[in-house]
Design a binder for this molecule. Structure first.
Ligand code: FUL
Length: 464
């Protein structure tokens, strides 16, 4: 129960005898997502763009000594990025407004280490402005990454002063550019000049974001709204609860086995709703490197990433980074579009739509959904869903098909479902009647199921 629900439940208990409209009020017994968390999860796919001085030095981490004069994209076009994101089926995009090197992609008043000191557009350009405008023009929600680790700021390591500096940067980003859907915090916390250790004031940073952009979700290892999934390989865990015990991951960058387990798996009895986000790059690096042009993930690999992230109750944040021209590379753009086509074909024909179905609880902590497809059909993908607006409950599921002669055969099983659980059936199975039995950690709620037929349309999407 979050604070608001706690207050509501308490109010209901007090008011119930006096006001009949409270009669029958059942306080939610499971943590549930906020409207912003629910919208974030339903977006399923977002693109990540790493862009900055590293693009021009061909590095992954700059050291903060880069000359702003090197930042000079020759054909910068944020609209091209946004079109590619939209064509990929993404609904949100996130830009590195500042990476660890400290170079700011917007004309900030906090430092001269920014686009304003670069030759690009005569020092009058603003990458963040173009990015948010292009995103909105393509119907995408913009988000921003502001690295707390700053290898250029001289005040880094002088904790109170740097925290002020960082909050001033957050304030600029969150007041100048309209609505920001996600604020992305990594936990990197390197040494400052002279080996000084910077102590970040996370409660202050988070409080400022809440104040300035109350409907944004904040990402970090420690949320507070969405958590890192624990690796950068595109793999959410098979068992993935959206609830966590917040005390186990007290701040971004905390490490240890318990932290890793909490990031990967969540906790069925955790009191905070904090679903996992899976960030992974389409290439080996986060920033663009020409040497990796032949190492862009192929379509099968990208589709698999979707299955191991969105299909495991997570959200996919797929990194595709602009080149020194300021454009996404043609290979990446084509690959994204082909991924979209392949996913479209995978989910083209849901046999469960025309089925008759019946759900019933089978006990205090179990239930079953039965489907009759009318005819015997071949099934290639099983797609399970919980109504997460009412919390996450399923701890185990078994999908069964009816044998022609009667009796049930297990075709697949697993643990958590959450927002979405995708299972590719290899081999496919054929059935007229299918049922899904679930065990739950609270009272059972109806689950949803889609059963996709094998791809029939011919496509040149495969293989990339
Ligand atoms: C990490 C950074 O160190 C990497 O460079 C990259 O930005 C990744 C998404 O987050 O914390």
């Amino acid at each position: 129960m979050n604070r608001r629900e706690f207050v509501l439940a308490g109010t209901a208990a007090v008011m119930a005898p006096r006001f009949s409209r409270w009669r029958g009020f059942v306080p939610p017994s499971r943590p549930v997502p906020s409207p912003a968390q629910l919208a974030w999860q339903r977006d399923e796919l977002a693109l990540f763009h790493h862009f900055g001085v590293n693009t021009f030095t061909n590095r992954e981490w700059g050291d903060g000594t880069e000359d702003p004069a090197i930042f000079n994209p020759t054909a910068f076009d944020a609209r091209q990025w946004a079109r590619a994101a939209r064509a990929a089926g993404a609904r949100a995009v996130i830009l590195t407004a500042k990476h660890h090197d400290g170079f700011c992609l917007w004309p900030t008043s906090t430092t001269r280490h920014s686009v304003a000191s670069s030759p690009w557009r005569g020092g009058n350009g603003d990458v963040v402005r173009d990015f948010v405008d292009a995103a909105r023009a393509e119907g995408l929600k913009p988000g921003l990454y502001l690295s707390p680790w700053d290898r250029n700021a001289t005040v880094y390591g002088d904790s109170p002063r740097y925290n002020d500096f960082y909050c001033a940067q957050l304030r600029e980003l969150l007041t100048r550019y309209g609505s920001i859907a996600e604020v992305w915090f990594d936990g990197a916390n390197g040494e400052g000049p002279n080996g000084r250790k910077q102590v970040y004031d996370w409660p202050r940073f988070w409080g400022l974001v809440r104040q300035l952009q109350p409907s944004a979700v904040m990402f970090s290892d420690a949320g507070p709204d969405v958590r890192w999934i624990g690796n950068e390989r595109g793999l959410a865990a098979e068992t993935n609860w959206s609830t966590v015990d917040p005390l186990v991951v007290p701040y971004p960058g905390a490490s240890g086995d318990a932290v890793t387990a909490m990031l990967q798996h969540g906790d069925p009895s955790g009191l905070a709703w904090r679903p996992g986000e899976t960030d992974v790059s389409i290439r080996p690096g986060w920033f663009y490197h020409a040497a990796e042009d032949a190492r862009v993930r192929d379509v099968d690999d990208l589709v698999e990433l979707f299955f191991t992230s969105v299909g495991r109750n997570s959200k996919l944040l797929l990194n595709v980074s602009p080149t020194t021209e300021g454009l996404l590379h043609n290979v990446d753009v084509k690959r994204l579009a082909d991924m979209r086509t392949a996913l479209y074909l995978d989910f083209e024909r849901d046999l469960a739509q025309a089925a008759t179905s019946a759900w019933h609880a089978t006990g205090r902590r179990s239930g079953v959904l039965e489907l009759d497809l009318g005819d015997s059909n071949e099934i290639a993908i099983v797609d399970l869903k919980e109504d997460i607006a009412r919390g996450q409950r399923v701890s185990r599921y078994v999908v069964q098909s009816e044998r022609p002669g009667g009796g049930w055969l297990d075709v697949t099983d697993g643990t958590t479902i959450g927002y979405r659980k995708l299972e590719r059936m290899t081999p496919t199975f054929t059935a007229r009647r299918v049922r899904v039995q679930v065990d739950t950690v609270d009272s059972p709620e109806p689950i949803g199921v889609a059963l996709y037929a094998p791809t029939t349309s011919s496509s040149d999407a495969g293989g990339g």
